[in-house]
Design a protein around this ligand. Sequence first.
Ligand code: NAP
Length: 254
Amino acid sequence: MDFKDRVVVITGASRGIGEATATHFATLGAQVFLAARSADRIGEIATALREQGASAHAVACDVSDPAQVLRLVSEATGKTGRLDLLVNNAGLIDPIALLADSEPQEWARIVDVNLKGVYYGLRYAIPVMVAQGGGTIVNLSSGAATSALEGWSHYCATKAAVMSLTRVADREYRSKGVRVVGLSPGTVATRMQEQIRASGINPVSQLDWSAHIPAEWVANAIAWLATEEADSHLGSDFSLKSNEGRRAAGLPEV
Ligand code: NAP
């Protein structure tokens, strides 16, 4: 797929997987909209991309607020007239705690960001994509969607719910041209893994840093998922943990 001038919105684009994805699509010639709470940081990234000749915009957005997600989608469509790809990437894992030690408001905050934030993205992007005849939405998932890990009750529960949203959205809108797919990237060398390591709570926190893949690989996989080549994975979580998945996405094998 030629991404030249395609309109791509990425949430959680101030660092990690989101920043790498915005940079990758900008390099491919897309018009990228970077969203995150850290307005200064996404502004710096967008400015640097524009200085390299790319089309990049920063939109401050807290995905836990539906009005801000609507404004993000409206700003992208208002400036360009379309929305080709939404990457629902914004996510949190901290604070990591066993259930009996968890703080209810902090637990609920993870639901607001990891689950409701993805729902708001789907809610406001789908009508635009249906009206224009198609589009792709990639929801960042995790192996935690299907496995139990100590200290991650909020994260496991929200990622499982996001996987369910991916399946339902695909069921409802595939026939209208909207491609919805989840991506389970394995472990990725970002701040989230620094937080996991600092918690010391479950086996993921003990992994050697070299076990984590670079965020740029995930960006490449997202670009592949946005193409028809990945159509057989719509409505499911595509995993980068297997060599089969990595091969399909053009990444090095383990
Ligand atoms: P990260 O480096 O911690 O980045 C998280 C991003 O989410 C930041 O840009 C942050 O920006 C943004 N964010 C957090 N809360 C937000 C909110 N309320 N509104 C808007 N943006 C918000 O994490 P990452 O590793 O790149 O993770 C990205 C996604 O991949 C997450 O969904 C995560 O669950 C998933 N994932 C990661 C791994 C891994 O090993 N790293 C594995 C599987 C899945 P601000 O703080 O500026 O808002």
